[in-house]
Design a protein around this ligand. Structure first.
Ligand SMILES: [Zn+2]
Length: 126
C-alpha cells in the first residue's frame, strides 16, 4: 500500500482534492489514510446530502494533508524522511503561533491551534 494524495468525489458534485489515501499497487483498492478519516467524515457530514458543486482543497483545511502535500512538492513519490521533516517544521510554526496566542491570552486562537496540532499527531506509516 502506497500513501498518495488524490481527489475524492462526494455526491457526484463535490471534488475534494489532495486527500491522503493508501493505494494498493496490486489491485485498485483505495483506503483513506486513518489519520484523516474522522475529519474527512465531519467535512462530508457538514456538506450534507445535497451539496452545491464545488472543489475543496483538503490540504488547505487539514494540517496533515497540508504536510503531505508540501512533502510531495519536495519529493515525489512521498518519502517518510521528507514527511517527517515537513511535519516538524509545521509543528514548530504552530508552536511559535501558540506562544503568541497564549501570551496575548487569546483562548479562541489557542483552541484553533490545539486542533491543528492534534491533526498533525497522527502516525505516518509508509
Ligand atoms: Zn490490493
Amino acid at each position: 500500500m502506497r500513501l498518495t494524495l488524490r481527489s475524492v468525489i462526494y455526491a457526484k458534485l463535490v471534488n475534494i482534492t489532495s486527500v491522503p489515501v493508501y493505494a494498493c499497487e496490486g489491485c485498485s483498492r483505495n483506503e483513506v489514510f486513518p489519520g484523516v478519516k474522522s475529519d474527512l467524515g465531519m467535512l462530508v457530514n457538514r456538506l450534507g446530502a445535497k451539496p452545491p458543486a464545488q472543489t475543496i482543497p483538503f490540504d488547505e483545511i487539514h494540517e496533515l494533508a497540508g504536510v503531505l502535500s508540501h512533502a510531495q512538492h519536495r519529493s515525489k513519490p512521498l518519502r517518510q524522511a521528507t514527511v517527517a521533516r515537513v511535519a516538524e517544521e509545521r509543528t514548530n510554526e504552530l508552536l511559535d503561533l501558540w506562544i503568541v496566542a497564549s501570551s496575548v491570552g487569546d483562548e479562541a486562537w489557542m483552541a484553533e491551534l490545539r486542533g491543528r496540532l492534534s491533526q498533525l499527531s497522527a502516525q505516518y506509516i509508509s
